[in-house]
Design a protein around this ligand. Sequence first.
Ligand code: ATP
Length: 744
Amino acid sequence: MEGGQSERRIYPVTAAEYKLLEEIGQGVSATVYRAICLPFKEVVAIKALDLEKCNSNLDDVRREAVTMRLINHPNVVKAFCSFVVEQTLWVVMPYMAGGSCLHIMKSAFIDGFEEPVIATFLKEVLKALDYLHRHGHIHRDVKAGNILVDEKGAVKLADFGVSACMFDTGDRQRSRKTFVGTPCWMAPEVMEQLHGYDFKADIWSFGITALELAHGHAPFSKYPPMKVLLMTLQNAPPGLDYERDKRFSKSFKEMIAMCLVKEPSKRPTAEKLLRHSFFKHARTPDYICRHILDGLPSLGERIKNLKNADAARMTQQKNLDEQEQRSQTEYNRGVSAWNFNLEDLKAQSALIPDDSDDSPPQSTKAESPEPSHFHSPQSRHGDFGSSPDRVQPSISMHSSQVEATSDNGEFLAAPRNSYSSKSAVRSAGVSVRKEPKHIGRFDVFEDDNDMESPGWHYSPSRRGFERDQTRKEREDTGSYEDRGRDDSRRGGSGPLVPERVLCGGRGRDDERDREHRHGRVSERGSFSGPLLPTGDHRLSNGVSRPPTVSKDALEEKLKGPTLKAPIVQKGRFSVTSNDGGVEDLPHVSSRRSTCSQGSQQHLFASASSSHLNGLSVPAAAIVPHLQTALQLAVMQQDALVNILSGINPSDSSNSMKLHYASKRNSSFNCGSECSMIEILNDRERDYLQQISDLQSKVSQLLQEQQVMKMKNITLERQLNAIYNREEEERIRREEAAEGDGLPL
Ligand SMILES: Nc1ncnc2c1ncn2[C@@H]1O[C@H](COP(=O)(O)OP(=O)(O)OP(=O)(O)O)[C@@H](O)[C@H]1O
């Protein structure tokens, strides 16, 4: 029962007053039940959100619960009330007996709906979006699984409000340690995590949902998250195919194309879309009842059947890769993921098998390609904090080989050095072609003569041109699904090792990164909370957690990138074998890669160790290098000290700074190589000591944070219960004062 009466009712806020019946849905962190509200004898739906999985701030939830009472639109599923029951937050909503469009499709319309049905569903969704956007809200999870139908054929958009806000502050994915869900509906600007996003992100999701309703599944739905991400960013926007989707009208195709434009500002508003001729095909709720709901089993039964089918499919697919299985199951359950964590995705992408079947034989040659580093766009070079127009993001996909920068804040990826193999290229998600080619917003280059030097460019200045070209390309080459399959082979698979290089400047980069994550996301939008959850490598106060490095690992990193010429190890000295001898030191230095600091460190480590190993090295050859290396080391040490002081302002960082400053001065004035080397060794030991101190501080802080979190959760729950009681009281009083005589 819904309508005037239910809306004015005050629903009970204790579990005892509800009787849970069968399960009618499951999301990432919630299970939805049909239930009876005992005092009113009314069938309702209860969404039970697992608080353990949400890591949410219950204060926000409480605030949102109040906001939700103000949301009142016939096309938005509203929450009657919400309260905490043990480890879960219960959100009581009207029961939508038809279930979601996704589940209807899964049960009876596996290849999607007919156009008039789609127009009817989508028109109602647009009305909901228009309402939400006008009120400054972004829904952020528009998809078939959130379009619900009641027994009379009325259509409502669900999952906005209390349950959605559980994740606004960003930890939906983080709390699960690995990425779950699929970003199929996610707009490119949300994925890029570059300039923030606004309500136009919903319009993109709306376009994807239109395709989902037309085909029975969203574009790229069968792929794991990282592939979906890369395909959405690299490929031309998906759309209805003019040849293959002949059963759909031109106006439907046009309407989708208007929504799926990569540049958000060029997408129409919900209000404008509502005037599109496509929606003239929309019918009445009664039409939905007759054409869709009639003859369907009850919702509970459908869900049970789907679960059984899922289980059967899983047994059949035992041989499938675990990642793919999970991805498909999540899709089948209609799980999406908006607050994704790029680090998790990268880590998971390492698990994605390279399913390319066109790999040339030589691709197996490089069994141990150089490590790939996929820095998030904002993690290097960028200066986001102060000037959004001058962002210089970069992608580094190969220790130092591929860097991407641009003057105006867009991706620009270009090769700087060699790739060790074609497989490494594929593994970095970069396609290999003969000519520079525009793929979505990236230009992908290949040079057959130099298989080791592919690269990719994003040319923001040609954005419009690229889009036209790629759309034409899609028309030439077939539907987006074909392209999807094709592109998935070309890119996105294989390991993108999310390792970080010890290449200096990390402290500052992290600061920019942090600024970006915490501040800039909201620049355009009116939504709350940061886009990105804090990563594992961050502390609660936003300070970077130093990488865990053992002494050996540190030395390994200090050795810097591998040199091309054959290397002979002499003690810890690395020299090229053909020339041999320490005479080569300057030569070695001239070969340094783009990661100059790494090479300098390499020299630094090697030289200092040579002393220990008793090699006879002419001091004059080493000292200039040592001095340069020392300067670099000092800079890095300063960065470390900065990080330290960020973690605990009261610690001894200042005295350390002074200590090193004095040592630095004395080292530059020292005439003897011996004392210089001693100081360097000394410094190396101190670095290691500082790092290990830092690590123990970090773990101590994390433990403390954990304890505080638990305390906080308990307090929040108590507060929430009190608040709910007070709120209930207040409303009772208000209504009594109004004298409308409602039964309490
Ligand atoms: N009020 C309701 N009436 C009937 N069915 C509902 C209701 N609310 C949710 N459902 C069903 O439960 C399913 C799960 O809902 P839920 O909002 O938890 O997850 P989701 O939105 O699909 O996934 P996510 O966790 O990514 O948000 C929905 O897809 C829908 O089929």
